[in-house]
Ligand binder design. Structure first.
Ligand code: MEV
Length: 422
């Protein structure tokens, strides 16, 4: 029998039947297949309502980073991530920032941009003028799709027009600016963009094609900064090293990509824990890193006149504390409760602060002892667990592996059998 992943009607099958098909297709053991059904607090019923073709759920470690003082408020920050060291590093850096008063963070209004692409126009410039003349009518129409949002002070607030050059000639792009309040806002803004499209066609005589949010959410910016006393971070020499490390990223996109990846380690971990659209956040951050025409780091590190280390981060963060996936995911709701944030603005402020701290930890480690030492310890823990060590055996196995400096599963197994034989 030939094997095919083409399975029409798969989405209509009961979950057990989907699992049976996948088991057959991928030659899973009974045990592997039953793992698919093993769920934590996100039940299969709920998961099945979230996306299509559900056959299981996927669990990751859920942790909290400690020590965060942001805008004079203490936070335990939930993080979901597979990578060792990230949570520990964020907690450490948060600790260093506390001595200088913690991290200040401020998010702008929660404005999303929805784009409407208009083609087949005589003059896109004249079409743009006509759109601006009828702005109020267009905004009213957009707002008619969401009375609740308007009632709480949000809704479509403005319209901007851009004429862009494309390989197919000039096009008119209409930007609908929507205050989405505590929602991530993609659905809200997309609905509005679709609603105004026919009127845009009437006004311009052109043809509307795409109606979709922009993930370059540059009207939804968060800025966070911190001032770290040199004594809290290992002295003046370490401050200088961190600034040299930043200067490298500021001048080299190869380094800047990794620098920003480290920032996103923290931000995405919080995003995952709190049920956000992590891809939207990543897309926005990296596009924003290019806003000057060259890929740059999202942070700036400098020394002030007293030798303190000043850190600053600026990026767009489209996040929400209300909305479908958060409501349906009990772990995301729990994460928001642990974090103690009630607005999207506050969540964004915390996430930017975490990104800044994460970057500080990485730059300090990289410019001093390197990251591998701490990393290997945590890696050894994972290997010990994978080798079958029980929680009470893990530390002893790790100790043996660190002593010998070999980090393989074989070595972990060998160390475990030695631990058991003593
Ligand atoms: C690893 O996940 C993240 C780092 O590479 C970030 C950086 O290099 O700045 C350590």
């Amino acid at each position: 029998m030939t094997k095919t992943s083409r399975m029409p009607g798969f989405y209509n099958l009961p979950i057990d039947e989907r699992i049976r098909l996948v088991k057959e297709f991928s030659d899973l053991s009974e045990e592997e297949a039953s793992l698919l059904k093993k769920t934590g607090r996100l039940t299969l019923d709920i998961a099945d309502k979230m996306i299509e073709n559900v056959i299981g759920t996927f669990e990751l470690p859920f942790a909290v980073a400690t020590n965060f003082l942001i805008n004079n408020k203490d936070y335990l920050v939930p993080m979901v991530i597979e990578e060792p060291s990230v949570v520990a590093a964020a907690s450490n850096a948060a600790k260093w920032t506390r001595d200088g008063g913690g991290i200040r963070s401020i998010a702008s209004e929660q404005l999303m941009i929805a784009q409407v692409q208009v083609i087949k126009l005589g003059s896109p410039y004249i079409a743009a003028t006509k759109i601006l003349e009828r702005k109020k009518e267009l905004l009213d129409l957009a707002n008619s799709t969401n009375e609740f949002l308007v009632k709480i002070g949000g809704g479509a607030k403005d319209i901007e027009t851009r004429v862009i050059d494309t390989p197919l000639g000039k096009m008119l792009i209409v930007h609908l600016i929507v205050d989405v309040k505590d929602a991530m806002g993609a659905n809200i803004a997309n609905t509005m963009a679709e609603a105004i499209a026919p009127l845009i066609e009437d006004i311009t005589g052109g043809k509307v094609l795409l109606r979709i949010i922009s993930n370059l959410a540059d009207k939804r910016i968060v800025r966070a900064w911190t001032k770290v006393p040199p004594t809290s971070i290992g002295g003046e020499e370490v401050v200088d090293r961190i600034i040299y490390a930043w200067a490298f990223a500021a001048s080299d996109p190869y380094r800047a990509a990794t620098h920003n990846k480290g920032i996103m380690n923290g931000i995405v971990a919080v995003a995952l824990a709190t049920g956000q659209d992590t891809r939207a956040i990543e897309a926005g951050a990296h596009a924003y890193a290019c806003k000057d025409g060259r890929y740059k780091p999202l942070t700036i590190w400098q020394k002030d006149e007293n030798g303190y280390l000043d850190g600053y981060i600026e990026l767009p963060l489209a996040v929400g504390t209300v909305g479908g996936s958060i409501r349906s995911n009990p772990m995301a709701r729990l994460a928001l409760k642990i974090l103690g944030v009630s607005t999207a603005k506050e969540l964004a402020e915390v996430m930017a602060a975490v990104g800044l701290a994460q970057n500080l930890a990485a730059l300090k480690a990289l410019s001093t002892e390197g990251i591998q030492k701490g990393h290997m310890k945590l890696h050894a823990r994972q290997l010990a667990l994978a080798a079958g060590a029980s929680p009470s055996e893990v530390d002893k196995v790790v100790e043996l592996m660190l002593k010998e400096g070999v980090f393989t599963l074989e070595k972990a197994k060998e160390a475990l059998s030695r631990v058991r034989s003593t």
